[in-house]
Structure formats: structure tokens, C-alpha cells
Design a protein around this ligand. Structure first.
Ligand code: 3PG
Length: 306
């Protein structure tokens, strides 16, 4: 089978080597498309692909229409909001992710961002410490749990909200359960967002919620920019000069935020949470194994469009 490795943001060389090794050993052919400029490049490359491995690459209805032989898409990572699931399902194409494989990298970045903001973006201004502060984790999944564990090791207290977990499971995971998003924001000096971008979550974090945060709080977003209501964020930061926002997913209004709020805001220029050699290898190799296994045995364990 022809497997297209389409990564606008390429994997580390070791990961690419490992992916190619697994798939060629299983009798497949690997074609690479990296750092491409246009969606049209992806559409052209997908024309004869039977499988695809992607990252945040956008597998739209157009890409699917341009790939008549496509049978499986594996998102090497967690979030699959970049894949048109309805279009894939309509064609019977299996879509999978590789849950947990890049979580540690994202969790480490979330903690790094907290320290970066606590230390006023590494300027000589007097900063503060994470020890003794309260961390709220919004969604206690693979990344959220790791953020919680690392935060506890730094002396923070951790509370978490997750509608898919019981109180017992959250306690077992080392956090204090919280039962409403308002309560979580109100009790968090640092609030780390780990919710997916879904119709129900897009734009869900705005003025009302952000201004519930206590004095001097920092909102940390290593999830998706779409979950933030950017106008609401702007208004909250305007009214509350004590609040800070740090994100791995550059807001559309970042230039205006920077101009108004300076060191109180920071965004990475390109999403880098999962951009470590280890995460590339873990997620990339898992994706290759899932494809090899799907063609060999029909295994659809990590399918997200069942
Ligand atoms: C994910 O959903 O796994 C992360 O956002 C990482 O995305 P990336 O593979 O584009 O870095």
C-alpha cells in the first residue's frame, strides 16, 4: 500500500526513519510530503495514497475527494479536529489518533510556560514561584494528568474538572475534583486548558470565565486557540491588569494583545507543544504500527470515527 507521510511541520529525522522502517518492513511504500505551502500540494500528494499519517495537517473534504484510494488516516497525535470526520466516514475511511504518545512533551511545555510567565518572561523584574500556588486543570486526560503530576512535584496544589471522570478517578489521579468550570477558574492561580476543540467547546472560554480567576492568575493554553473567545480575552485583560495569558497556539488577535499587554501575554509563533524528538518518535512510530496492523489484521483500536 502507498502511505503518505504528510507533515507540514516535519517530524525529527529519527522519527521519519522509524516510520519508514516499520512500514517498508510490512511491505508498504512510504511517500513524504513535508513543509508544503498549499493545501493543493496535499491534495495532489494524496491522489494515489491508500493511507496517510498526518500531524495538524488539514484533511478536509477536498483532500478526501482528491484521494479515491484512501482507506485510513492516522493523526500522529491527540487532537483530530483537523480531519473532516464526516467526509471520511461517508467514504468509509478509518480515522485514528495516537492517544498519549506526545502528552509528556505538551505537559512539560505547559509547566515551562507557567514558569516563564511567573518570571516575567525571563526579564529581571521580580517574579514569583509556582510552589504554594493552586493549579486548575481543565480536562484531566493524558496531558492534564501529567501537568498535574509535574505541578505537584513543584509544590503546587492541583484541582481538576473532567466530565468523563468520577470524583474517585480524579482523586486517584492525584487531584482535587471540582464540579463546575466556574468553580475551577475561581480557585486557580494557574489554569491549564486541555479540552479538545469541539462545537461545544469552541469560544467557550471568554470574559465571564477568565474574570472569575483570582488576583494575579495566569491562563495557560496548550490546547487549541479556537476554545478561546478572543474578544472576551481581550476585554478581561483590559479590565484586569493583574491577569496573564500564555499560549502555544497563537491567537488571531496576538499583535493587538501584545501591543496592549506586553509581558502579560505570550504566544509561540508555531505550535510546538509536541515538537520534541521523543514525542515525534513515540507518535510517529505508533501511527506507522497502527497502519501496518490495520492492513495486516483489520485492527481499528484507535479509530475515532466509529
Ligand atoms: C496534538 O493534538 O497531538 C497536538 O496539538 C500536537 O500537534 P502537532 O502534531 O501538530 O504538533
Amino acid at each position: 500500500m502507498k502511505v503518505l507521510l504528510a507533515t507540514q511541520k516535519p517530524f525529527a529525522a529519527k522519527a521519519v526513519e522509524g516510520i519508514a522502517g516499520i512500514l517498508t518492513e510490512a511491505g508498504h511504500e512510504v511517500v513524504r510530503l513535508e513543509k508544503y505551502a498549499e493545501q493543493a500540494d496535499l491534495e495532489a500528494a494524496a491522489a494515489d495514497a491508500e493511507a496517510m499519517i498526518i500531524r495538524s495537517d488539514k484533511v478536509t473534504a477536498e483532500v478526501i475527494a482528491a484521494a479515491p484510494k484512501l482507506r485510513i488516516v492516522v493523526r500522529a497525535g491527540a487532537g483530530y479536529d483537523n480531519v473532516d470526520l464526516a467526509a471520511a466516514s461517508a467514504r468509509g475511511i478509518v480515522v485514528m489518533n495516537t492517544p498519549g504518545q506526545n502528552s509528556n512533551a505538551v505537559a512539560e511545555l505547559a509547566l515551562a510556560m507557567m514558569i516563564f510567565m511567573a518570571r516575567t518572561q525571563f526579564t529581571p523584574a521580580t517574579g514569583s514561584e509556582l510552589a504554594g500556588k493552586r493549579l486548575g486543570v481543565q480536562a484531566y486526560g493524558n496531558v492534564g494528568r501529567l501537568v498535574g503530576a509535574k505541578a505537584r512535584a513543584l509544590g503546587m496544589t492541583v484541582s481538576a474538572l473532567d466530565p468523563f471522570l468520577t470524583d474517585g478517578q480524579i482523586v486517584e489521579g492525584g487531584a482535587e475534583p471540582v464540579h463546575s468550570v466556574e468553580e475551577l477558574y475561581a480557585a486557580s492561580d494557574y489554569l491549564s486548558i486541555h479540552i479538545p476543540a469541539l462545537p461545544s467547546t469552541i469560544g467557550s472560554i471568554g470574559y465571564e470565565l477568565i474574570t472569575k480567576m483570582p488576583k494575579g492568575a495566569t491562563l495557560v493554553n496548550t490546547a487549541r486557540k479556537e476554545v478561546i473567545d478572543e474578544a472576551g480575552l481581550m476585554r478581561a485583560l483590559e479590565e484586569r491588569p493583574d491577569l496573564k495569558y500564555v499560549t502555544d497556539v497563537m491567537p488571531d488577535n496576538y499583535a493587538a494583545l501584545q501591543e496592549k499587554f506586553g509581558l502579560r501575554v505570550f504566544a509561540t509563533p508555531k505550535k510546538m507543544g509536541a515538537q520534541t524528538a521523543e514525542a515525534n518518535i513515540n507518535a510517529g512510530l505508533a501511527a506507522a504500527r497502527q497502519i501496518a496492523d490495520f492492513f495486516a489484521t483489520g485492527n481499528t483500536r484507535f479509530q475515532v470515527n466509529k
